[in-house]
Design a protein around this ligand. Structure first.
Ligand SMILES: O=C(O)c1ccccc1NCC(=O)[C@H](O)[C@H](O)COP(=O)(O)O
Length: 259
């Protein structure tokens, strides 16, 4: 079984359990669920330095990246450094994150927040809103095209925007639909974890201009960001390159300053 399949297997169990622990009716009554969300699509369309900086303690490919820093210092620092949005991993088993991380981030910043998780059920979208997210992730490799469309439509019905992530042309062509806001090309091959920005370069021309293009994973050089901008990318999702340092917010600030 590959890593994504293992993650999804445990995610189905986790979601079933959470539905019992925190019923939808309770989630819908939380103050954050009522909050007016902020558009990441709009924010990225109005900047030429679109960084979505990620809070990521660990990953299947790298193990522990940084377990010494707090959500507050990093997310507040990312916002002050000029990040356009922030991604917070909420998966516990594989990424060491939790829902509370996103809630803490929400209490520190006003910029758009991505609930970075493996979304397989509408329940998680309601939960995302209830913990303070502005946009959610749908991974094409984890869902069929009908599910992607339905989940994206549902996210919009509760004012959340949608980032759909693809790894190759087949996924992109099968899964595109007009309920998406952002299309992300993940440069990390989920079978061997190798990263190559060539994936973003190759898929760029196949993403219709209605969608904001995001390049995700393995980005550590500002030169590559500048090259990808020429391919039409307006957002860059960067985790490890910042999180592996003692001061991720400072690393983000220095990265943006080189632009
Ligand atoms: O990061 C991993 O090892 C990973 C493994 C399996 C599924 C997803 C994975 N990462 C999620 C991400 O998409 C990244 O955290 C994000 O794009 C940032 O990537 P990076 O800048 O390389 O940390």
């Amino acid at each position: 079984m590959n890593t994504l399949d293992k993650i999804l297997q445990s995610k189905y169990k986790e979601v079933a359990l959470r539905k019992e622990q925190f019923p939808i009716k309770k989630l819908e009554k939380t103050p954050l669920f009522e909050r007016a969300t902020v558009s990441i699509k709009n924010a990225l369309q109005h900047t030429n330095k679109g960084i979505i900086a990620e809070f990521k303690r660990q990953s299947p490919s790298k193990g522990i990246i940084n377990d010494k820093v707090s959500v507050e210092e990093v997310t507040q620092g990312y916002a002050e450094a000029g990040a356009t949005g922030i991604s917070v991993l909420t998966d516990t088993e594989y990424f060491g994150g939790k829902s509370e991380d996103l809630m803490q981030a929400r209490s520190c910043v006003h910029i758009p927040l991505l609930r970075k998780d493996f979304t397989i059920d509408e329940y998680q979208i309601i939960e995302a809103k209830a913990i303070g997210a502005d946009f959610i992730l749908l991974i094409a490799a984890a869902l069929n095209p009908k599910q992607i469309k339905q989940l994206a439509e549902f996210a919009h019905s509760i004012q959340l925007e949608v980032l759909m992530e693809v790894h190759d042309l087949a996924e992109l062509q099968a899964s595109l639909n007009y309920h998406l806001d952002l299309v992300g090309v993940n440069n990390r091959n989920l079978k061997n974890f190798e990263v190559s920005i060539d994936t973003s370069k190759q898929l760029a021309e196949h993403i219709p201009s209605e969608f904001v293009k995001i390049s995700e994973s393995g980005i550590s050089e500002i030169e590559n960001v500048k090259i990808l901008q020429e391919y039409g990318y307006q957002g860059f999702l960067i985790g490890e390159n910042f999180m592996k340092t003692k001061n991720p917010a400072q690393a983000c600030k220095e990265f943006i300053a080189q632009w």
